[in-house]
Ligand binder design. Structure first.
Ligand code: LLP
Length: 398
């Protein structure tokens, strides 16, 4: 089917397997059957409307970090009462919108932000449900750009301040404290750092309860890792049983905000090789997709699996750099890979491109956004048209 899609829609194109997305949602839900929980799909991983509607149909809530994501969540069919609004820098208008639509919880990350929420709730003569994001000061074992839980990070507030903000929220007439959250990073395999963070959160939870604040949601963020190149799978059952036990003890709803785990494996980026060059020790294959469609290799040195969809029988294998057409040396899709030596015209599927791929795309080099396709129930359809080049000029004035 991927060849047919590339033929019909042209490359580059992202293709998502909707059935596989559904299956992963069901797998996570099944692991949580005995736990009082709410799964808030982290829209930032993949905010395509068609994917949001699949999540909404499966009964998921959403974790959003901007008014744009909030709008998309609602448009995709997710109920406001199932939305948590995270993010370290929400603007006043975004906070006002979240209060107006009635999100489940606005998770604040500073005393100043709590002031703005109180002011906006007051202006709307309503009560805003709030949470506080704890900075638990634990270092997740992941790339430094996606580790968020250390005390030097910009995210969350330390335990004492989390306590004070929740107690203060309880006193404010326009605020209702409902949640304590943390998120220590992304692409994590060893859940022990998440458990450590949960223990610190448990301390804050018990302290605020002693001060008369009855929270409802214990929000452990996202972060579940996926095996881009290896075989290591995130141990869902250990994760769920430990956190489920803790939240049952606290009488809390366990809120999870997974993004990558749900969508990364269900997406593929299709690209064609335009030209090849042989340089000492390797072949460089210049593709029609690059850092503008998949930034992760350039930004984090991330590795994604490649498979050839054209016949490579009888070809020699060798060291290959797969690069994009963008005028940057950092524009690569993968380096130093042992692959069949690519030829112009080869169609290559880049795996695990369902999360943090299209959402991080840019128009650098005036490259228009590429289309997205949803494959489902044996068929497929375009869920985002290829932007025509003229659209790049729509909002410009010469
Ligand atoms: N909740 C919060 C508050 C977050 O900041 C994030 C991700 C998530 C949930 C979802 O995390 P996940 O389950 O997807 O790990 N662009 C990077 C990943 C950045 C993640 C940022 N926050 C990448 O491509 O690896």
């Amino acid at each position: 089917m991927l060849q047919a899609i590339a033929g019909a829609v042209d490359t580059p194109v992202y293709v998502y397997d909707g059935d596989a997305f559904d299956e992963r949602i069901e797998r996570l839900q099944a692991a949580l059957t005995d736990v009082d929980h709410l799964i808030c799909y982290a829209l930032k991983a993949n905010d395509s409307l068609a994917m949001i509607s699949i999540a909404a149909h499966a009964g998921l809530g959403a974790d959003v970090v901007s008014s744009g994501e909030l709008l998309k969540a609602l448009r995709g069919g997710i109920l406001p009462a199932d939305v948590v609004f995270s993010g370290v820098g929400k603007r006043r208008d975004e906070i006002a919108m979240a209060i107006e639509v009635g999100v489940q919880s606005l998770n604040v990350e500073s005393a100043q932000e709590l002031d703005v929420v109180a002011e906006e709730a007051d202006a709307q003569r309503t009560v805003a449900r709030v949470g506080v994001r704890l900075n638990p000061d634990v270092s997740a074992d992941t790339h430094e750009y996606i580790a968020t839980g250390s005390s030097a990070a910009k995210f969350g507030v330390p335990p004492q301040e989390a306590y004070e903000l929740l107690v203060r929220a309880q006193r404010e007439p326009n605020l209702e404290p409902v949640s304590l959250s943390f998120h220590i990073g992304s692409q994590i395999f060893d859940p022990s750092t998440i458990f450590e963070a949960a223990e610190r959160a448990e301390g804050v939870w018990r302290d605020v309860r002693a001060a008369g604040v009855e929270l409802r949601e214990f929000d452990v963020g996202g972060g579940l890792g996926v095996p881009y190149m290896g075989a290591e799978e995130f141990d869902l059952s250990a994760y769920v049983s430990q956190l489920g036990k803790l939240t049952a003890e606290l009488g809390a709803t366990l809120v999870l905000e997974p993004g990558r785990w749900l969508v990364a494996p269900v997406g593929t980026l299709l690209t064609r090789v335009l030209y090849t060059k042989d340089v000492p020790g390797r072949r460089i294959a210049i593709c029609d997709a690059g850092m503008t469609e998949l930034l992760r290799p350039a930004l984090y040195g991330a590795e994604h699996p490649f498979s050839f969809l054209t016949d490579t029988a009888g070809r020699q294998t060798g060291l290959v750099d797969l690069v994009g057409p963008v005028c940057e040396a950092s524009d690569f899709l993968g380096k130093d890979r042992q692959l069949p030596l690519p030829e112009p015209g080869d169609l290559i599927a880049i795996g695990f491109a369902g999360a943090y791929a299209r959402v991080m795309a840019s128009q650098y080099n005036a490259r228009p956004p590429v289309p997205e396709v949803l494959a489902e129930a044996g068929g497929w359809r375009v869920i985002r048209e290829r932007a025509i080049i003229d659209s790049l000029l729509d909002t410009e004035r010469a």
